[in-house]
Design a binder for this molecule. Structure first.
Ligand code: ATP
Length: 235
């Protein structure tokens, strides 16, 4: 579904991505793990063309994405939930979700999409008329994911959904992520919280200094042991 080859990008004179390759198959939850500052966010932003590709290719469903502006991605079925959530804090939950819907009105049935998102995150229904900025961190993350979901994406890109959340909330967000994938949306997920991510992902890549340094096969006990050695430093 998504095939990336030799991707290079960066900021000014700095090259952050040093030739990244990865692929995501339809229906998978693929995780990219890595420490602070290794280039995970830069990779997701390059996929969404928020940062220019300097070399390499990004193919999505056979289409070259490297020159597709971010605003056109929703119509191709790609939704990106950025790190830090970026919800509109002065708008209500309802208004935030309608902003998501405004982008795709012609393509989706708005009520169906709202019903789906609210069934997944019932808390948002309770907070319907509350301003985004007054929600808890977990609720803001749920709203950010819901706002992406109402656009009915084929590929959902999540940048550190666990950031700043208490463990119990992380679990509930990740359960929702799993459900979204079971319902047919492919997911590419960046995480520093490896333990939380390992519970839901089908396959993973480990990134270090702008490169993929490990690529897992299908997850099984053997693979998990290897990942612990490579990434978690526990044998
Ligand atoms: P984190 O999880 O902390 O966001 P990350 O793996 O996502 O880490 P990136 O945010 O992609 O890492 O950052 C990779 C490198 O690029 C870092 O060295 C960072 O300092 C640098 N960088 C990120 N944003 C910019 C920017 N706007 N201008 C210059 N350098 C940047």
């Amino acid at each position: 579904m998504l095939e990336i080859q030799g991707l290079r990008s960066g900021y000014g004179d700095i090259t952050v991505l040093q030739g990244v390759s990865l692929n995501v198959n339809s229906g998978e939850i693929v995780g990219i793990l890595g420490a602070n500052g290794v280039g995970k966010t830069t990779l997701l932003k390059t996929i969404s063309n928020l940062i220019k590709t300097r070399a390499g290719t990004i193919n999505y469903q056979g289409k070259n994405l490297t020159h597709v502006p971010p605003s056109k991605l929703l119509n191709l079925g790609i939704a990106h939930v950025p790190q830090g959530r970026n919800i509109f804090s002065k708008m209500t939950v309802a208004e935030n979700l309608h902003v998501g819907l405004d982008n795709v009105k012609k393509r989706v049935n708005p009520q169906e999409q709202l019903d789906y998102a609210l069934a997944l995150f019932p808390k948002l229904k309770e907070r319907w008329n509350q301003l985004g900025g007054t929600l808890s961190g977990g609720e803001q993350q749920m709203l950010a994911i819901a706002r992406a979901l109402v656009t009915k994406p084929s590929l959902l890109i999540l940048d550190e959904p666990s950031m700043g959340l208490a463990p119990i909330i992380v679990r509930s967000v990740f359960n929702a992520v799993k459900k979204i994938a079971q319902d047919g949306t492919t997911i590419l997920l960046v995480e520093q919280n490896a333990v939380a991510a390992l519970n839901v992902i089908d396959r993973l890549y480990v990134m270090d200094m702008g490169r993929m340094v490990y690529e897992s096969q299908e997850m099984n006990d053997n693979e998990l042991e290897k990942i612990k050695e490579v990434y978690l430093g526990a044998g």
